[in-house]
Write a protein that binds this ligand. Structure first.
Ligand code: ADP
Ligand code: MG
Ligand code: MG
Length: 252
């Protein structure tokens, strides 16, 4: 079993106006096999938390720690984090001109495992994963994220998840822009990874809709750069009914 532990995390970002504090003391422990939903209003710092875990250079850790089985994640490069088993599906994934999905996946797999996957198994694994996500074969030869629809971007992320087999995945608004059919397919992919590899999931979302398909064990309400309340799945139902207003008042 693995544990991703975030302790009293404070993060700032440089803007033209100066240094802005965004995360103000985040505490979170995620064990293998657990799904934690982070729910909060726009601008509360959810993506900042995701980027900080991933090691985006724009976000400066002022204090606090992130560890993976005791190892200092903040001291790791982005590549080292991926090799340690962290995976981030971004809210706004970038295009990689001239790099096909097939080559991208194989390069990523090689970097993470430290050796190239055996070609015959790999081709089969990619085909099976694509079929389970109901992706067309031609998708493999397209350039990463170039002209991808919202739904294709999300499927591509879950394809990576299935093939790279990380220990922990941070899914930032994976539900945004998906119709119900695509949401089901994507959620099934996440659930498969949970069952087959004991993936731990940090599921960041503004809406409760995705939580009907990916059952959270814990729900954290994120307001103004920190967790304002925690509970089980029933907390998501309350948010669905009451919205974030109550928490926004508390945060002032
Ligand atoms: P959320 O994902 O919850 O909508 P974000 O983490 O994207 O929230 O943003 C939190 C706050 O930090 C917002 O006020 C946003 O404008 C600010 N912020 C986030 N990233 C940057 C950045 N790279 N540069 C400047 N401000 C940022
Ligand atoms: Mg936002
Ligand atoms: Mg966001």
């Amino acid at each position: 079993m693995s544990t991703l532990k975030i302790t009293d995390l404070h993060v700032s970002v440089e803007t033209e106006q100066g240094t802005t504090q965004i995360l103000r003391g985040v505490d979170l422990i995620i064990n293998s096999g657990e799904t934690h939903a982070i729910m909060g209003p726009n601008g509360s710092g959810k993506s900042t938390l995701a980027y900080t875990i991933a090691g985006h250079p724009k976000y400066k850790v002022e204090s606090g720690s992130i560890t993976l089985d005791g190892a200092d994640v903040l001291a790791m490069t982005v590549d080292e984090r991926a090799r340690a088993g962290l995976f981030l599906a971004m809210q706004y994934p970038v295009e990689i001109p001239g790099v096909t999905v097939t080559n991208f996946l194989r390069t990523a797999k090689t970097a993470i495992d430290g050796e190239a996957p055996a070609i015959r198994n790999w081709i089969k694994d990619v085909r099976v994963a694509m079929e389970s996500l109901r992706m067309d074969k031609t998708f493999a030869e397209r350039n990463v994220n170039e002209g991808f629809s919202g739904g294709e971007k999300k499927r591509h992320e879950i394809l990576q998840l299935e093939l790279l087999k990380p220990r922990f995945a941070v899914l930032d608004e994976t539900d945004s822009g998906l119709d119900v059919d695509a949401l089901k397919i994507v959620s099934e992919g996440v659930n498969r990874a949970k069952e087959s590899t004991g993936l731990g999931v940090l599921l960041i979302t503004h809406y409760t809709r995705i939580l009907r398909y990916i059952q959270p064990d814990f729900v954290h309400v994120f307001v103004n750069g920190r967790i304002a309340e925690e509970g089980g799945p029933e907390l998501a139902d309350r948010l669905e009914n009451e919205g974030y207003d109550r928490f926004l008042e508390l945060a002032v």
